[in-house]
Design a protein around this ligand. Structure first.
Ligand code: CA
Length: 485
């Protein structure tokens, strides 16, 4: 309390002195609500171009807020992308560039505890903090959300979950009875609340929405302290399981996969409606910043649509890691604005901590930018600076970087250049026209790559053995300007 009062006084004084730092920032600390989806395609919400999936509640927030068209995740799949969101740093810098091992309780591994999460920074500044849904950042005690800055946690610690309790509860019980304990697939395990197993009875997306509403209501009872709520839906990640009534919303979709996918997205949208209603009912709507996005691109084979982007989840093509995104905050974030400058989900950490007037640990080296003023003014937060993506494959590393309207990408064993503002599908390679720009961007990305460290784990055993066999990451090949054969 004393700290907050002091901050307010300092800001009030700064306002008198017309200091830019405090004048442009709202003095009141907002509640921050992050709504994250999993493996959602770029064109799978109405506000970002979907013609067949209805998302009226997300669309209304987007229309009354700022839609970000060039938002990038720190990685094109789940675990490392989330590590980026929480730490504000590229996961390659702390060995978290693979999903955690697919073994019981992730082999006791997790995102290094030296990496202070945004949740911890906000919690220490007085925020009431909650995480709901998928975690995927470590399952042992040290890595548990409750030990990483979240007062409340409801959900599951691994990378996904089945959706229908009437199916996963008996399946789990059967396998447990057979003594298979450690071998039981995580997607079937009971959900938990703050480390204690619970029996979820609703379709999981609805259960997570219910918990989000409960959190918002509880937060509303103590308005002296703002809240930070991270709602990480596992929808529309596999397994593809939708409620019949949600699929029935889409009689015009004939393709079974797309219909199921649409139903799963629609369930998220129904949840968003409940959260918004709860924010309004508890008088917190006007002072809540809502940020919506997906952790990576969609998988067309599960029914996702990344158009007009090329590529899919896992790729460093735009469709792999560019996500639909919006910011909504009445009177503070411009309504009806489309923001086209490149933004990274690594920007959330410095942006949130700045809005919260929170202290970031002195040793913390963040990779993102505080983008609040840029969003308000519709200017680029990083003119001439780059956003990177690296995905390691079997025996080679895919790499890409975005700078202003340009993107370089190592594809077909050569560096290609695209003007992704005009050519988001990355179809017209302009490298031959701008050789010096390519050379400069590749050189700068190579400098960035020197900050990368060896992975601390691999998702599957084969990945680890191949990494060693092939002497990965083979960056001497990745950053070579010669075409490789
Ligand atoms: Ca994902």
């Amino acid at each position: 309390m004393i700290k907050q009062t002091l901050i307010k006084s300092v800001c009030a004084l700064s306002v008198l002195l017309a200091s830019a730092a405090c004048v442009s920032k709202p003095a009141e600390r907002p509640n921050i609500l992050v709504i994250l989806t999993d493996d959602m395609g770029y064109a799978d919400v109405g506000f970002n171009g979907s013609t067949d999936i209805k998302t009226p509640n997300l669309d209304e927030l987007a229309a009354n807020g700022t839609i970000v068209k060039s938002a990038y995740n720190a990685h094109p799949f789940c675990g490392p992308s989330r590590a980026g969101i929480m730490t504000g740093r590229y996961p390659h810098k702390f060995g978290s560039q693979f999903n955690l091992p697919r073994v019981s309780r992730s082999g006791g591994l997790g995102i290094p505890i030296e990496e202070t999460y945004i949740s911890k920074v906000l919690q220490d500044s007085g925020y009431y903090t909650g995480a709901i849904g998928k975690w995927h950042l470590g399952e042992e005690s040290d890595y548990h959300p409750n030990n990483r800055g979240f007062d409340e946690f409801y959900g599951f610690l691994n990378g996904g979950h089945d959706y229908f309790p009437e199916k996963f509860v008996p399946a789990y019980a059967r396998q447990k009875k057979q003594g298979l304990d450690h071998a039981i697939f995580g997607y079937l395990r009971p959900l938990e609340r703050n480390g204690k197993e619970v029996q979820e009875t609703e379709y999981v997306t609805d259960g997570l929405s219910r918990e989000a509403v409960n959190f918002i209501q509880k937060a509303g009872e103590d308005k002296a302290n703002p809240f930070f709520l991270y709602v990480a839906y596992n929808a529309p990640h596999t397994p593809m399981q939708a409620k019949a009534e949600d699929m029935a919303q889409f009689p015009e979709i004939k393709d079974k996969k797309r219909k199921t996918y649409a139903g799963m997205v629609y369930a998220v949208d129904r949840g968003v409606k409940r959260m918004v209603e709860s924010l309004k009912a508890t008088g917190q709507y006007d002072n809540t910043l809502i940020v919506f996005f997906s952790d990576n691109g969609g998988k067309p084979k599960t029914g996702a649509d990344n158009s007009p982007l090329s590529g899919r989840k896992g790729d460093v093509l735009e469709g792999g890691y560019r996500t639909p995104m919006f910011f909504h905050w009445p009177q503070k974030i411009p309504a009806g604005q489309v923001f086209s400058h490149p933004v990274s989900t690594l920007d959330l950490y410095p942006t949130f901590s700045s809005l919260a007037h929170a202290d970031i640990p002195k040793i913390k080296k963040l990779d993102g930018k505080d983008i609040f003023n840029s969003l308000v003014e519709n200017t680029s937060p990083r003119p001439g600076e780059m956003i990177y993506a690296v995905r390691h494959r079997y025996g080679f590393s895919e790499a890409a970087a975005r700078q202003d309207n340009w993107k370089i990408i190592k594809r077909d064993k050569e560096w290609q250049l695209f003007d992704v503002d005009k050519d988001p599908a990355e179809k017209f390679n302009l490298a031959a026209k701008h050789p010096f720009l390519v050379r400069e961007m590749v050189a700068e990305m190579e400098v960035w790559s020197w900050s990368n460290v060896q992975p601390k784990w691999f998702h599957i055993h084969k990945e680890g053995t191949q990494w060693r066999e092939k002497a990965m990451p083979r960056y001497h090949e990745t950053f070579s300007l010669e075409q490789q054969n």
